[in-house]
Design a protein around this ligand. Structure first.
Ligand SMILES: Cc1cc2nc3c(=O)[nH]c(=O)nc-3n(C[C@H](O)[C@H](O)[C@H](O)COP(=O)(O)OP(=O)(O)OC[C@H]3O[C@@H](n4cnc5c(N)ncnc54)[C@H](O)[C@@H]3O)c2cc1C
Length: 152
């Protein structure tokens, strides 16, 4: 039910909206696939531990705000919507073990030595912060390694 306009205006002048971000843990079942018709499909579910941490975080935040003088605290979590995701990473995660990773530590495919992947796919998990700088820094690291070691 929509909030009547005068009440919404009254509240908005006195409200502070704060968003807290909790990282999704990496899960094998969360993935992007191309189906037989060539359509890209995203599979995503929150782990129960992700939901637990979100609730825990929200409870703590409310306690902090109440201690700081907030009169009313409302909280909402995004855990009902399994389609909403952001900052997807890890589709070609790096690691030492070819059984659990696609790329080696130089972001080179374990089984194709002339292919390097330097986009967000290399990251094994999402860090819980915006990833663009890490992605760019890693691309520079890999480029340096390729040059220094002349590994192509
Ligand atoms: C609305 C929005 C806001 C964001 N805000 C932030 C923020 O504030 N801070 C932050 O750190 N991150 C932010 N991000 C996330 C950040 O932009 C991404 O995590 C990052 O850009 C991912 O880098 P990438 O190299 O993996 O992919 P991309 O930056 O998406 O690069 C992929 C590139 O590959 C190209 N490409 C795709 N398919 C092909 C193909 N078949 N052949 C050739 N080229 C191809 C694309 O054109 C693109 O240039 C935001 C993302 C969105 C959508």
């Amino acid at each position: 039910m929509p909030i009547p306009q005068p009440i919404a205006e009254f509240l908005l002048k006195r409200m502070l909206v704060i968003t807290g971000i909790v990282e999704d843990l990496p899960q094998q079942e969360n993935r992007i696939e191309v189906d037989k018709d060539g359509k890209i499909r995203l599979f995503h579910k929150f782990h129960s531990y992700d939901v637990f941490r979100s609730r825990y975080y929200m409870t703590k935040l409310k306690r902090v705000f109440r201690s700081a003088g907030a009169v009313l605290c409302f909280g909402a979590m995004g855990d009902k919507d399994d389609i909403h995701t952001s900052h997807q990473v890890g589709t070609t995660r790096f690691g030492k073990d070819p059984n659990t990773s696609v790329l080696d530590e130089h972001c080179r495919l374990h089984d194709h030595e002339n292919v390097f992947v330097v986009d967000g796919g290399f990251m094994p998990n999402a860090l819980g912060v915006s990833p663009a700088l890490t992605i760019a820094a890693n691309a520079l690291r890999v480029a340096d390694t390729i040059l220094q070691k002349a590994i192509i």
